[in-house]
Design a protein around this ligand. Structure first.
Ligand SMILES: Nc1ncnc2c1ncn2[C@@H]1O[C@H](COP(=O)(O)OP(=O)(O)OP(=O)(O)O)[C@@H](O)[C@H]1O
Ligand SMILES: [Mg+2]
Length: 278
């Protein structure tokens, strides 16, 4: 596949691309490909339908790294799935593909029924902006910018006007208990507060799918619990959540756990037949 890998970009660049897309990309919202980016997945259709997905990195001409091998996974609307596995097992690689930040070497990925391989870069950026909210371990907030402005960013890229942006960003920050910190910059917030701002940024566009790569990896147990409660609420609202974690306590909040090992799907606690078949 010729689409360039987003993995080469810095994590901050990935975050801005993921959370908000670029202004140039946002300008393409009217492109035909964005027709697929419905805010809510159609009932009965899996949000994520991954079949026989492989991702091979070739960091040098004579070197191949099989980061994902033949992974088949289906996630239905409203599921809360934890992805676990040892370091290097392919979790982030899978997350980047699910978030349309990277393309598989082989296999198919249908997001809300649409094969993403058929969508160009601009269409994918629009799709991400409308359909997916990302939360990263390292928060990836824009420094020297208020919590409110950070959360407004994806709305700005989506072309939403200033007053509406402010209203929705304020509501999202209130929803995660940050209504008293709207004007604080990231450096003026605790780690747990920064992650809550990052969650607000992920949900402000009302995405159907929330992807989180170790969202509590940098938090202590109390703030971990605060952030997990927000994910519980989001699940109760019917959002689809896929969350990578190393922590059993975090995985226990999800109703389904998928384990990766050496790039393969080793187990799927809720739907083993789907993971093993097809
Ligand atoms: N850009 C890249 N080029 C070459 N190899 C890569 C690249 N990115 C990841 N890999 C390799 O792919 C494998 C899977 O990496 P990945 O980042 O998906 O692991 P992970 O399960 O997220 O690990 P961790 O828990 O440490 O975050 C690893 O062996 C890693 O070294
Ligand atoms: Mg990782």
């Amino acid at each position: 596949m010729s689409r360039p890998s987003a993995r080469a970009a810095s994590s901050a660049a990935v975050a801005s691309s993921a959370a908000a897309a670029s202004p140039a990309r946002a300008a393409s919202h009217a492109a035909p490909a964005t027709r697929v980016a419905s805010r809510r997945p159609t009932r009965g259709r899996p949000v994520i339908d991954v079949r026989r997905l492989s991702r091979v990195y070739r960091p040098a001409p004579d070197l191949q790294v099989f980061a994902l091998r033949d992974v088949t996974l289906r996630v239905d609307r409203g599921e809360h799935v934890a992805i676990m596995g040892s370091s290097g097992s392919g979790k982030s690689t899978l997350m980047h593909i699910l978030g349309c930040l990277d393309a598989p070497t082989s296999g198919t990925y249908r997001l809300d029924g649409v094969d993403v391989a058929g969508i160009d870069e601009d269409g994918l950026a629009a799709l991400r902006n409308r359909m997916i909210g990302f939360v990263f371990q390292s928060f990836n907030l824009v420094p020297r910018t208020s919590a409110l402005a950070n959360v407004e960013l994806p709305l700005a890229y989506a072309g939403i006007g200033r007053a509406e942006r402010r209203r929705r960003a304020t509501a999202a920050l209130r929803a995660v208990g940050m209504g008293q910190r709207l004007d604080h910059r990231p450096s003026e917030l605790s780690g747990g507060q920064q992650q809550r701002v990052a969650v607000a940024r992920a949900i402000v566009t009302d995405p159907a799918l929330i992807l989180a790569d170790e969202p509590t990896g940098n938090l202590d147990s109390r703030t971990t619990d605060e952030v997990l409660r927000i994910f519980d609420d989001l699940r109760d609202q019917g959002r689809t959540i896929v969350l990578i974690t190393h922590e059993d306590e975090v995985a226990a909040r999800a109703r389904r756990t998928v384990r990766l090992g050496d790039g393969r799907l080793l187990s799927d606690s809720a739907m083993p037949a789907v993971g093993a078949a097809a």
